[in-house]
Design a protein around this ligand. Structure first.
Ligand code: PLP
Length: 454
């Protein structure tokens, strides 16, 4: 038995409280949401400029989603998927596949982004096994990527710091360089030429591993947490698609963060004119109202694993009716109520505000992104693009300074090579106003000054 802890030692160690990575963090307690604001127990309001981690696309008090969830919980909370289908899950599959990229016509509901990636990896593997190609076991992904924290998703991600402690537990995944023109295009190289060159790295890696041993290539359509809203160069994904097709490799696009309208189109890859074999979504699908994600796949992939059996996978809570009801209501808000279109329009407003307040800032090297998915990369020198001293953890200082000024944003470090580099990711709700966009950009400028001065 544990020693009887005094109440003060409980408070000091954080025992008995949930721990979110850092158990000693004295986080404010959020008690309410109102539009784009989160409200703490002491009444402080914080403007949510990142939707948490690009989650809260509808803000924090959407009446339609709340009503749909109330109605669902009053009708049916849960029915296990081995016994019953439920109307909300059926509706979600019907509606989201109808809106999905060409050829994507099946949906596998899960409870979040990492689960969606795990399902995608296993489906890709089973697809090849069931088609008589069990030697296809290699996954290729990209450095400076994030695909989740469960072991398969963590192995797929290319963030060295996140992987390091767990390295012995991770499946072997090969990583090629990301497509990031600001850092990797050579002087004078056109965006198209760079896009083609960057995609060529995939073909070389497939050939190095042995053409018919590769099962899938995984990439975020627009890179989020690890690079800060980096869209692909023109033609990059189309070339990636060709290379995958040529080698029988499945293309898995991870749109957990950049999908569900965040970049101004419901699926980010439609802006590239590219359809994957498998696409994952989460975050904006539940908009923060419910934990839900989905893996969607093509008929060809689905049919290959269903011919003589079924996809060998499952979770107790997948297809949860309450989560699916929330997602259906979110989808209605995004599409019928025009919020994806609003995201595209307000993305231009936020971009203009960022250029106005930060465009000439000596520590701002790049402002980028699509829709309401924007990134600001910080540098020590704009001309050479030299990163700031990583030991200063400027990204964390910016987060704290912005929060102290009443704005929540989502910075990250290791932007350049996994260790050096700082960026700030912005992903406000699609209901954000022009005035709020201006406040976000102005506050970020002040927070960067605070962080550099500290
Ligand atoms: N994939 C991407 C691109 C993500 O950004 C994330 C989370 O940030 C995940 C997967 C994992 O999602 P979750 O945190 O819901 O498991």
């Amino acid at each position: 038995m544990r020693d009887n802890p005094s109440s003060s030692s409980v408070a000091d160690s954080g025992a008995g409280r949930p721990f979110f990575g850092r158990s000693s963090d004295a986080l404010p307690v959020a008690v309410a949401g109102d539009g784009c604001d989160l409200i703490a127990a002491d009444g402080t309001r914080v403007l949510d400029a990142s939707g948490g981690a690009a989650v809260s696309c509808l803000g924090h008090s959407d009446a339609a989603v709340r009503a749909a969830m109330h109605a669902q919980i009053d009708a049916l909370a849960y029915a296990h998927t081995s016994f019953f289908a439920t109307e909300p899950a059926l509706e979600l599959a019907r509606r989201l596949t109808a809106l999905a990229p060409t050829g994507i016509d099946h949906l596998y509901p899960v409870s979040g982004g990492s689960e969606a990636i795990e399902a995608a990896l296993k489906l890709a593997r089973q697809y090849h096994v069931d088609r008589g190609q069990p030697q296809r076991r290699h996954v290729i992904a990209r450095t400076q990527s994030y695909h989740g924290n469960t072991l398969g998703a963590l192995a797929t991600g290319g963030s060295p710091a996140r992987r390091a402690p767990f390295a012995p537990l991770l499946i072997d995944v090969a990583h090629i360089a990301p497509c990031h023109a600001y850092r990797h295009a050579t002087p004078g190289e056109t965006p198209d030429a760079y896009g083609r060159r960057a995609a060529g790295a995939l073909e070389r890696e497939i050939e190095r591993l042995g053409g018919d041993t590769v099962m899938a290539f995984v990439a975020e359509t627009v890179v989020g947490a690890t690079l800060g809203a980096v869209p692909p160069a023109p033609g990059y994904l189309a070339r990636i698609r060709e290379i995958c097709d040529r080698h029988g490799v499945l293309l898995i696009l991870d749109e957990v963060m950049c999908g569900m309208g965040r970049c101004g189109t419901l699926f980010a890859c439609t802006a590239e004119g590219v359809a994957p074999d498998i696409v994952t979504v989460a975050k904006g699908l539940g908009a923060g109202y419910a934990p839900i994600g989905a893996m969607l796949c093509s008929g060809a992939v689905h049919d290959a694993v269903s011919r003589d059996g079924a996809f060998q996978h499952g979770h107790t809570y997948h297809g949860h009716p309450l989560a699916a009801a929330a997602a259906n209501a979110v989808l209605t808000r995004l599409t019928d109520d025009g919020l994806v279109a609003r995201c595209a329009a307000m993305g231009d407003v936020l971009d203009a505000a960022l250029h106005h307040h930060l465009g000439a800032h000596p520590a701002v090297g790049d402002i980028r992104g699509r829709g309401l998915f924007r990134g600001v990369e910080l540098v020590a020198d704009r001309a050479t693009k030299a990163p700031l001293d990583p030991a200063r953890r400027t990204h964390a200082r910016v987060k704290a300074a912005a929060f102290a000024r009443g704005v929540a944003c989502y910075p990250g470090g290791g932007t350049v090579d996994g260790t050096a580099g700082d960026h700030v990711l912005l992903a406000p709700p699609f209901i954000v106003t022009e005035a709020q966009c201006d406040r976000i950009a102005a506050t970020l400028a002040a927070a960067i000054d605070d962080a550099l001065a500290a």
